[in-house]
Every structure is written in structure tokens, then in C-alpha cells.
Write a protein that binds this ligand. Structure first.
Ligand code: NAG
Ligand code: NAG
Ligand code: NAG
Ligand code: NAG
Length: 305
């Protein structure tokens, strides 16, 4: 659990932020929410399983014999897997012939393991590496831990995506992930388009996403990364961390699963609408870490969950 010192710090900062003039992107969040129909929720299911499979060992995802999480996407064609689950989060790349897209997925963490990197008062934001992100503005900053985790797998993932696109004559790439894996995949969604043919289309579907970068990062994602959706479950407080008072902001594209299991599309960045995450979890005390693994339309994150 986060330290008492951190909680006090967050409470004081929340009071302070509450008195500030509201910037435009907060005002935008006054737009209304919409509830997804069952037909709009159903297409997310394969991506929940793909996010979950990334917690399985690379030998299993490379063989696509990781049990029920792999079996749920039975036509998947694996291309490459990697990571050691310690320094480099597990990842895999392959092709889904039904969805006609290359899939990239990164391993998440259990909530207890991600909290320390999200609740450290000394959280550092850093520039994205200019070799991996040629031409990216120096104003764009990301959580140093997430940026480092993405960088350690970046070149291997890019090479595998190139092989998959060529081998399967594909033009679509879909990035998935849960928790830390969602954060890595969000940075991948900025990284991969800088290196792949302009004709490539991208889609990013994330679960239990913590805040990854600063306002410029969130604005870059909104302006330049197509089709980003991040699904937050009920009172999971990981998506509220690190706090906005530390300079972290979500891109648009939140879907919040409410306590009655409705999937609500939340407008703008960090929507304060009553049905959305910030209103559900105004502070860590009312959050529930048990909501972090899901279920997301019935899928609990983790290889054997
Ligand atoms: C790979 O799959 C084959 C058959 O699907 C199975 O016999 C073998 O044990 C699997 N290898 C690993 C490492 O799981
Ligand atoms: C390329 O695709 C074929 C099927 O079309 C598959 O059998 C083969 O394993 C693939 N190679 C790689 C590297 O994914
Ligand atoms: C989108 O990308 C272009 C090209 O790199 C850049 O000039 C622009 O500033 C980006 N938009 C945002 C909001 O960062
Ligand atoms: C969201 O913020 C706006 C701007 O301060 C405010 O007018 C609105 O009442 C807030 N909505 C909720 C549900 O808190």
C-alpha cells in the first residue's frame, strides 16, 4: 500500500489543484458520456485475452500453448516472443487472421508491484529517447520507469512487427496490454508509427492504464495516435496514478466499467463525469485494488487467472 506520507501529500495537492483555474481540456470533459451497447462491448473481448496472454512465459506464447488465455484466440499465429519478466516485461508479436491485424502485447504486473513505481513522491518524467523517437518534441515527457521498460524491448518488438507485417501481407497493427503492459504499449503506440510505412494503420486497446506522461504527451497521443482506448474497471485506482498534480495526464479514450457493469465512454482527457474514473476514485482511500485485474467483460488479467 502507498505510504501515509504519500497519501497526505496527495490529499494536500488535491486541495491545492481544486482551487486552480481550469484549463481547456478539463472544460472539454463537461461533454456528456455515452453507454456502450452490448454490440459495442463484444469486440473488445479478443483484446482482453491478448492482454492477459502477455503474462504467460515467452516459450508458451511463442508456441501459443499458454492455456485458456491463448485458446480464446485460437487462430493466432505467433511470430516472436521475448522478455524475462524481471528486467524486460514479457512481450509477444503475431498475427490474428480473423481481425486481420498484427498483435503486439506487453506483460502487466500485479497491483502490489506497480504501486511503488506510481506512488513514489520522487517520480521522474524524462524525454523520450531521440534514437527511438526521431523528431519527437523535447516537451513530451513520460514516466521514467515506463519509458525505460518500453525502450528495453522496443527494437526487438519493432523487428518482430516488421516480420509479421511482411509475412502476413498485413497493414494493421493493434497494441494491447494491462497495467504496466498498458503503459508500455501506449508508448509503443507513439514509437511504432515513427518507424513503419505510412500506410500502416494502428489501434491501441489498453486495460487498467496508469497515467504515462505529461500534458504534451497526452496531447501528442490525442493528435497523432489513432484509435486509443483505455478501459478502467470500477474503483481500480491505478488509472488515477500518478496524480495530475504531479504533472501526469491521460490521453482521451477512457472507457469506464461502472459498478453496474455498464461500459461508459468518457469524453476528453481525465473526464470528471460522475460515471468516469476520477469521480469513482477521488482519492486512494475509496479505491479498490481488487478491481485492477478486472474482470473486463469476464476476463481476469494474468496467465492462469
Ligand atoms: C508446443 O506445442 C506442442 C503442440 O501444440 C506441445 O506438444 C509442446 O509441448 C509445446 N511446447 C511448449 C514449450 O509448451
Ligand atoms: C509466415 O507465415 C506462415 C503462414 O502463412 C507461417 O507458417 C510461418 O510460420 C510464418 N513465419 C513467421 C516468421 O511468422
Ligand atoms: C503531432 O505530430 C506532429 C509531427 O511530429 C507534431 O508536429 C505535432 O506537434 C504533434 N501534435 C501534438 C499535439 O503534439
Ligand atoms: C466537472 O468539472 C466542471 C468544471 O469545473 C464542473 O462544472 C462540473 O460540475 C464537474 N462535474 C462533475 C461531475 O464533478
Amino acid at each position: 500500500m502507498p505510504s501515509g506520507r504519500y497519501l497526505l501529500f496527495q490529499a494536500l495537492c488535491a486541495l491545492f489543484v481544486g482551487t486552480q483555474a481550469l484549463p481547456a481540456h478539463v472544460l472539454e470533459s463537461r461533454q456528456s458520456v455515452s453507454v456502450l451497447s452490448p454490440d459495442q462491448v463484444a469486440p473488445f473481448l479478443p483484446y482482453a485475452f491478448y492482454s492477459s496472454s502477455a503474462s504467460c512465459e515467452p516459450a508458451l506464447t511463442l508456441n501459443w500453448t499458454c492455456g485458456k488465455k491463448c485458446d480464446a484466440n485460437p487462430t493466432f499465429q505467433p511470430v516472436a516472443s521475448g522478455g524475462d519478466g524481471a528486467v524486460v516485461q514479457y512481450w509477444y508479436v503475431g498475427y490474428d487472421p480473423v481481425l486481420k491485424t498484427v498483435i503486439v502485447s506487453h506483460q502487466g504486473t500485479e497491483a502490489e508491484k506497480i504501486l511503488p513505481v506510481l506512488t513514489d513522491i520522487d517520480i521522474i518524467q524524462q524525454r523520450l529517447d531521440t534514437t527511438l523517437f526521431p523528431g519527437i518534441s523535447s516537451s513530451i515527457l513520460a514516466h521514467a520507469g515506463f519509458a525505460g521498460a518500453q525502450a528495453r524491448a522496443a527494437n526487438d518488438v519493432l523487428a518482430a512487427v516488421r516480420v509479421a507485417l511482411t509475412n502476413f501481407s498485413a497493414t494493421s497493427v493493434t497494441l494491447t496490454g494491462h497495467s504496466l503492459g498498458a503503459a508500455i504499449s501506449l508508448i509503443d503506440s507513439v514509437f511504432l508509427p515513427l518507424h513503419l510505412p505510412k500506410s500502416t494503420t494502428f489501434k491501441t486497446v489498453l486495460y487498467g492504464l496508469p497515467r504515462v506522461g505529461n500534458q504534451a504527451f497526452a496531447d501528442y497521443v490525442d493528435a497523432n495516435v489513432t484509435s486509443v482506448t483505455h478501459v478502467h474497471n470500477k474503483k481500480d485506482f491505478v488509472p488515477t496514478l500518478p496524480g495530475r498534480f504531479l504533472g501526469f495526464h491521460h490521453p482521451s479514450g477512457e472507457i469506464h466499467i461502472t459498478t453496474d457493469d455498464s461500459w461508459v465512454s468518457c469524453p476528453g482527457q481525465d473526464s470528471n463525469a460522475t460515471e468516469c474514473t476520477i469521480s469513482y476514485v477521488p482519492n486512494l482511500f475509496v479505491g479498490d485494488i481488487n478491481d485492477h485485474p478486472g474482470p473486463y467483460d469476464g476476463v481476469l488479467m494474468g496467465c492462469n487467472k
